[in-house]
Write a protein that binds this ligand. Structure first.
Ligand SMILES: *[C@@H]1O[C@H](CO)[C@@H](O)[C@H](O)[C@H]1NC(C)=O
Ligand SMILES: *[C@@H]1O[C@H](CO)[C@@H](O)[C@H](O)[C@H]1NC(C)=O
Ligand SMILES: *[C@@H]1O[C@H](CO)[C@@H](O)[C@H](O)[C@H]1NC(C)=O
Length: 179
């Protein structure tokens, strides 16, 4: 018994000794070329923003694993804008843009201020986005597509947009539904 305990303590010690914190690139107003130490359990997370065929880095952070691989699209000034997350888990790693693929799922899109109704146009979803959402707040409506996390526990979604007291209503879709 004692030997087992010594053995276990040795491994606990080893683990504590070698558990180096993960460092990730982060962005501030002067760029994205400094690194910072993440909290335990966090990973390197990049938020990409895609408009047309252009993909740009919107932000780099130490993020939650649950927020990896999500996607969210809405119309911004009449153009479909998709933000998606991508992660990696090693020192100073650079997440790839792999989640930018079109996935065949179509959702109605429209954005309108000063009204609770808007006339949608169908657009294709990206990455793992498989729900069509309708967000309504007093005097505001947004329709588009997102990952299913958008409609579940807000803690698990990289985007939350109910701060202004609105409601999100989601319809899950599969590629077959879109024909
Ligand atoms: C951005 O972060 C770097 C590294 O911490 C720091 O040297 C620089 O002053 C920061 N820039 C701004 C505008 O906060
Ligand atoms: C994407 O992220 C940028 C930067 O955080 C933000 O300004 C923009 O509104 C986001 N777009 C969408 C569609 O969420
Ligand atoms: C959710 O949105 C859809 C599409 O706009 C609508 O048909 C449905 O009635 C809404 N459901 C709820 C509970 O608001």
């Amino acid at each position: 018994m004692k030997r087992v305990l010594i053995f276990i303590s040795f491994f606990v010690f080893l683990k504590a000794y070698f558990a180096v914190e993960l460092r990730c690139y982060e962005c501030n107003s002067s760029g994205c070329d400094y690194t910072s130490a993440c909290a335990e359990g966090e990973v390197c997370l990049t938020i990409f923003s895609k408009v047309g065929n252009t993909v740009k880095v919107a932000d780099k952070i130490c993020g939650k694993k649950e927020h990896c691989g999500q996607s969210f699209s809405q119309l911004v000034r009449g153009q479909k804008e998709t933000n998606f997350t991508s992660c990696c888990e090693s020192h100073r790693c650079i997440p790839s843009e792999k989640n930018a693929f079109r996935n065949g799922i179509m959702c109605p899109f429209c954005t309108k201020e000063g009204s609770m109704e808007c006339t949608p146009t169908n657009y294709e979803c990206m990455g793992k986005a498989n729900v069509c959402y309708t967000y309504t707040a007093p005097g505001r409506i947004i329709r588009g597509c997102g990952s299913k996390e958008l409609c579940g526990d807000p803690m698990n979604s990289f985007i939350t947009f109910e701060d202004d007291g609105g409601r999100t209503n989601c319809t899950e879709k599969s590629t077959e539904d879109s024909g």
